[in-house]
Design a protein around this ligand. Structure first.
Ligand code: OKP
Ligand code: ZN
Length: 343
């Protein structure tokens, strides 16, 4: 399968995230993509291609204009107000505080548009996010024009980013951009399967009221795990989108048998929806060795995930999300893809 990749991902290299009460080195770092790229080459997964163009128009199909303007200008404003150090939010709204007025100062804006303190904005954040989304667009176009599968090897990840918010290391929702791109190219229905360890709250929010995009997510139970306030089993979509969101939360400690059962429920629902194509939010943080996650999948389980996705039988655009056991990430991500290819 063709691999979409841009070196611009290196433009997102934050210094630190707030984790367990400390500022620690960012888990979401450039080496992640380098490891996957090296393994993809070693396994001869497929040819590398850059995105066919860098264009924010496909991003604006799923994100608010004012939010995109914020992402493009936040760093410049931060430097003027605070100097040359990563921008992290420090204040958020509590219920019944006011969203009517967008704050003018950068600290107010950062809190207004975000939901955690783990997602630094740096000088290169927008360039990296634009390149990632553009890889996802090109990957979507390949599948739209007949390829059985494509792989957007991207970072920063995207599935926590909503129409007008960032967080969870995500700024632009690459999978959502890809899905919308296929619809704009003539598809009638697209399914998104999210197998990252964390709930894809941004993707869910973007398509909540839509019946042309089915969002199915297998993830750690939000009672125990980030993002905590989204991803419960009773969240099923709203309005005409009711029934077109399916959440399959699983407890800490989940291993292959329970995971496979949830994945097969996910696969059945996707087939029942009869979409034109599938977008997979592909995280490998379900791995037992992941430093911030608590599922117990082994290296041997990742080819099985790929094989189960293949059996859904749809043209499939894979978009990379999380996975923080960096030394194992290349093997685990590429194992899903070679498992899909049946080798
Ligand atoms: C992004 B993606 C753990 C803190 C976790 C945010 C995790 C974001 C994951 N103590 N903070 O879904 O892989
Ligand atoms: Zn994750």
């Amino acid at each position: 399968m063709i691999i979409l990749y841009s070196d611009d991902h290196r433009q997102q290299a934050g210094r630190a995230e707030l984790n367990d009460g400390r500022l620690v080195p960012c888990h979401e770092r450039p080496e992640r993509a380098e490891m996957v790229l090296a393994r993809a080459r070693q396994m001869a997964l497929g040819p590398l291609r850059p995105p066919s163009l860098l264009d924010e128009a496909p991003i604006l199909r799923v994100h608010d204009k004012a939010y995109v303007e914020f992402l493009k200008t936040a760093w410049d404003q931060w430097v003027v107000e605070h100097g040359d150090w990563d921008a992290l939010p420090l204040n958020w709204l509590a219920p019944n505080m006011h969203r009517r007025v967008v704050p003018e100062s950068i600290d107010g804006k950062l809190g207004y548009y975000s939901f955690d303190a783990g997602t630094p904005i740096t000088e290169g954040t927008w360039r990296a996010a634009l390149a990632a989304a553009s890889c996802a667009v090109t990957a979507a176009d390949l599948v739209s024009s007949g390829d059985r599968a494509s792989f957007a090897l991207v970072r920063p990840p995207g599935h926590h980013a909503g129409q007008a918010f960032y967080g969870g290391y995500c700024f632009v929702n690459n999978a959502a951009v890809a899905a919308q791109r296929m619809l704009d190219g003539g598809a009638e229905r697209i399914a998104i399967l999210d197998v990252d360890y964390h709930h894809g709250n941004g993707t869910q929010e973007i398509f909540w009221e839509r019946d042309d995009v089915l969002f199915v997510c297998v993830h750690a139970d939000p009672r125990q795990e980030f993002p905590y306030y989204s991803g419960h089993a009773d969240e099923r979509g709203g309005g005409r989108g009711e029934g077109f969101t399916l959440n399959l939360p699983l407890p800490w400690g989940t291993d292959w048998p329970a995971y496979a059962e949830a994945l097969s429920i996910a696969a059945s629902r996707i087939q029942e929806f009869t979409p034109d194509a599938l977008v997979v939010s592909l995280g490998a943080d379900t791995y037992e060795g992941d430093p911030i996650s608590r599922f117990r999948l082994t290296m041997e389980d990742f080819p099985r995930i790929g094989a189960m996705i293949e059996r859904i039988g749809l043209p499939t655009c894979f978009v990379m999300e999380g996975g923080y056991a960096v030394d194992a990430l290349g093997v685990n991500i590429v194992n899903v893809l070679t498992g899909f290819e049946g080798r």
